[in-house]
Design a protein around this ligand. Structure first.
Ligand SMILES: Cc1cc2nc3c(=O)[nH]c(=O)nc-3n(C[C@H](O)[C@H](O)[C@H](O)COP(=O)(O)OP(=O)(O)OC[C@H]3O[C@@H](n4cnc5c(N)ncnc54)[C@H](O)[C@@H]3O)c2cc1C
Length: 546
């Protein structure tokens, strides 16, 4: 098999030959495949008829300034006399491989029935993939989720966005699918993964309804509208394999004897009850502050960790598109961006969780506190681009020796955000943010926000060092993306839940300081997004199975 990287095709050529709808979503059709084959022919001097089993591993866009915009492909294919061909070519971007580089793990189904069911707490990506893996191997897991199923959850969230009361048990953070359900569904990750678990996660999403191009796009995404159906399909598969779901049920506490898990204490509709449990996957996400406090009190070792806070900024999507892709911005997938700037000392200011063609959402989960985040649908067809602009904060900023000091730090600023506009999302023009003054009217950019908002002073609700760092970063970002620093760009705040403020310690068997508990995913501090949380869930399931 031949493995080739750096196969480049100018976007101009693709625009001429390929259907517009496929180019827009990044999916490779037969016209694009033909162009790729022609490029292979040009590079290797062989006929296209010889190319068999062409597989695209990665497709990424290269729009660096001063270059012709092109797509870059990494691919494999078979043809005859492969080693000879590679030797003749003689460069490292074309190599011959005997076997695919990814190693698959083969686990055997469960043989001995354990005394008690394995319990998975939390059905976000970590819990979902742990539960699916366990169910596929015959473990018939019991899934405990404090929020509702995704259909009912959607109604709760929409009612809240339309001015209704926050349900602290079922919202953008809590409920079936976890925090990523109302998201852009970006699936890129930086994690190291020599066993192909990352690819397994993407393949699972495709098997349950995600578009197949997520398997090769450099920056794959699914979108809120499609994620909901995928989550439901995975739930149904787990049930078909013998798993069981208890929605609206919260893990309150654990009961351990000699440092060994014996029971869990659950609450449903105001009633508390005990359940015998020896193995617990703890996949509660980074917003389950009440549970974190309880677990800490019950002897689980927790450490504070750095995270980032800031505010979300909105620009017109067309402005971002033109800047990134020039004349081709309407032919290509909706453009994103990534900007970073080091601040003197050990902080950085950077864009985070960019949502092209998306919405800012009220992502609160505690009464009297307010937090925002971003989401997009699959088509990413909203008129604004939004992204969090955040600054790193570390335990030194939280003060105190309490492992949960980071939680209190988040709470303090989320409370300030809530109070500023009486529970509505405070929004502020960038020009006013720079002057640290309240906005009194909007400019040309109409905020695309799910949830009620009101004009305010977002800078005032941020820690001073964070507000100042953002102001410094914005001036730099304006030189990278034209008009990024326009005065009527809209800030909304506060974005405080970029990652977990704690890490729940675990040993080499992925067990917490209380045996039988497997802390997992973002809340435990081992993931920073949908895919890394899902990968962590699979790894924990593998530890339980082995
Ligand atoms: C609006 C938004 C947009 C995002 N966009 C993206 C994106 O585009 N790409 C990306 O990679 N990441 C994104 N993220 C982050 C991503 O969603 C998280 O990294 C990921 O969901 C973490 O997965 P998890 O399973 O560890 O935890 P979570 O998804 O937080 O799931 C935890 C689950 O546990 C449940 N739970 C908590 N406590 C208890 C308890 N005591 N008892 C029972 N159940 C409990 C919760 O209800 C929740 O369903 C976004 C997050 C938000 C909020």
């Amino acid at each position: 098999m031949i493995h080739m990287s750096q196969v480049k095709i100018p976007v101009k050529k693709l625009v001429q030959k390929c259907p517009a709808d496929l180019l827009r979503c990044g999916r490779i059709g037969k016209e694009e495949e033909e162009l790729i084959k022609q490029e292979i022919r040009r590079i290797l001097g062989m006929t296209t008829e010889r190319i068999r089993n062409l597989t695209i591993i990665k497709k990424s866009i290269d729009a660096r300034k001063g270059q012709q915009i092109h797509y870059n492909y990494r691919l494999t294919f078979s043809c005859g006399r492969e080693q000879m061909l590679v030797k003749r070519y003689g460069r490292s971007d074309v190599i011959w491989e005997k076997e695919p580089p990814i190693m698959e793990k083969h686990l055997s189904p469960r043989m001995i029935k354990p005394k008690h069911r394995t319990v998975v707490v939390g059905f976000g990506p970590a819990g979902m993939f742990a539960a699916l893996e366990l169910a596929r191997l015959g473990y018939e897991p019991l899934i405990i989720e404090r929020g509702y199923d995704v259909e009912r959850r959607q109604k709760e969230v929409e009612a809240f966005w339309n001015g209704g009361k926050l349900n602290p048990e079922c919202n953008v953070q809590f409920g079936e699918g976890g925090a990523g359900t109302f998201s852009d569904g970006k699936l890129n990750t930086m994690i190291k993964d020599c066993f192909g678990t990352h690819q397994k996660v993407l393949q699972t999403f495709v098997d349950f309804g995600a578009p197949s191009e997520i398997l090769y796009l450099h920056k794959p995404h699914i979108g809120t509208d499609r994620l909901k159906d995928i989550v439901k399909a995975i739930r149904n598969e787990i049930i078909a394999l013998g798993g069981e779901f208890w929605f609206g049920t919260r893990l309150e506490d654990i009961v351990a004897k000699r440092n060994e898990l014996r029971e869990i204490i659950l609450t449903r509709e105001g009633e508390t009850f005990h359940l015998a449990c020896e193995k617990l996957v703890l996949a509660i996400g980074h917003s389950a502050r009440d549970t974190l406090y309880q677990l800490f009190e019950s002897g689980i070792n927790i450490l504070p960790k750095p995270f980032a806070i800031g505010a979300r900024i909105e620009h017109p999507q067309d402005m971002i598109g033109r800047n990134q892709y020039g004349e081709y911005y309407k032919n290509l997938p909706v453009a994103d961006y990534k900007v970073t700037h080091p601040i003197t000392g050990k902080r950085g200011v950077y864009s985070f969780c960019m949502c092209p063609g998306g919405y800012v959402v009220n992502a609160s989960s505690e009464e009297g506190r307010l937090v925002v985040n971003g989401m997009s649908n699959f088509a990413r067809d909203g008129v604004n681009a939004n992204s969090a602009i955040v600054v790193t904060v570390s335990p030194e900023d939280f003060g105190g020796r309490n492992p949960l000091a980071g939680v209190e730090f988040q709470r303090k600023y989320e409370r300030a955000a809530y109070l500023q506009a009486g529970g509505k999302i405070p929004v502020q023009l960038l020009g006013d943010f720079m002057k640290n003054q309240k906005s009194t009217s909007l400019g040309d950019i109409v905020p695309q926000i799910k949830g009620e908002y009101a004009l305010g002073n977002v800078r005032e609700i941020l820690p001073k060092v964070v507000g100042d760092s953002i102001a410094e970063g914005i001036s730099v970002f304006g030189s990278r993306i034209k008009n990024f620093d326009r005065e009527d760009a809209v800030f909304s705040g506060i974005e405080s839940r970029t990652s977990s403020p704690v890490r729940i310690l675990r040993n080499e068997f992925m067990l917490s300081s209380v045996r039988g508990i497997y802390p997992c995913g973002e809340g435990a501090g081992y993931a920073g997004g949908i895919v890394s949380a899902a990968v962590d869930g699979i790894r924990v399931a593998e530890k339980i199975i082995l």
